[in-house]
Design a protein around this ligand. Sequence first.
Ligand code: VGL
Ligand code: ZN
Length: 211
Amino acid sequence: MSRDADILLVVDVQNDFCPGGALAVAGGNQVVPLINRLSGRFAHVVLTQDWHSPKHQSFASVHPGRQPFEMAELPYGAQILWPDHCVQGTRGAEFHADLDTRRAELVVRKGFRPSIDSYSAFFENDRRTPTGLGGALRERGVRRLFIVGLATDFCVRYSAEDARRLGFDAVVIEDACRGIDTGGSMAATTASFRQNGVRVVTSSALDQEAA
Ligand code: VGL
Ligand code: ZN
C-alpha cells in the first residue's frame, strides 16, 4: 500500500464536522486516530478542507425563512441548506487538533465561491467547475485513491464518484468515515458506490491485504 500510484485522500476532518461543531457528524472525531495510523502507511497524503466564504449560498441563514437541512433550488440544481459551517479563518474550519497533517503534500480547499457549494474534492456542485485536483493527481501519476473522512454521504461520496468519473480507482475505507444521514443519504451512498464501482473496505481488511 505504499505504492507510488496510491494516495490517501483525507476529506474534511475539521472541527465543525466533529461533536461540538456547527455541522457535527456523530462520531466524527472517532476517525482521527485511525486516519493518523493509515496516513503513516501511504506514500502520499492529500487533505481537503471545506472553506466557505461568509454568507455562503449553501447556508440556510442566507435564505430568509429557510431552515438547515431543507432543500433549495439554486441555479446549478438542488442543494441542501446547511447550518453556517467551516467559514474561512474560523476555528470550526480548522482541522481537528489531533489530526496528524505533517505528511500532507497538498491541501485542497473547496466551497470558497460564495454562490456554489463544493462537496467533491474534484468538482464543485455544478459538477463541472474543477478544483484542479484531478489534474494534479494525473500529472503525478496517481491511479488509485483511498478515501477517508467526513462526511461519508456528502464529501466522501461525491469525491469517490468523481474519482471514478475521471478514471481513477476509488476505495472508501468505511470505518475511517462517518456520515450525516439526512433524507436517505446514507442508503443512496451505498447504492451509488455499488453502481459506480467504488470499492468499500474496512481498515482491518486492508491490513490483511498488506500483510
Ligand atoms: C460537507 C455538507 C456541507 C462534508 C461539507 O464535508 O461532507 N457536508 N459541507
Ligand atoms: Zn460545506
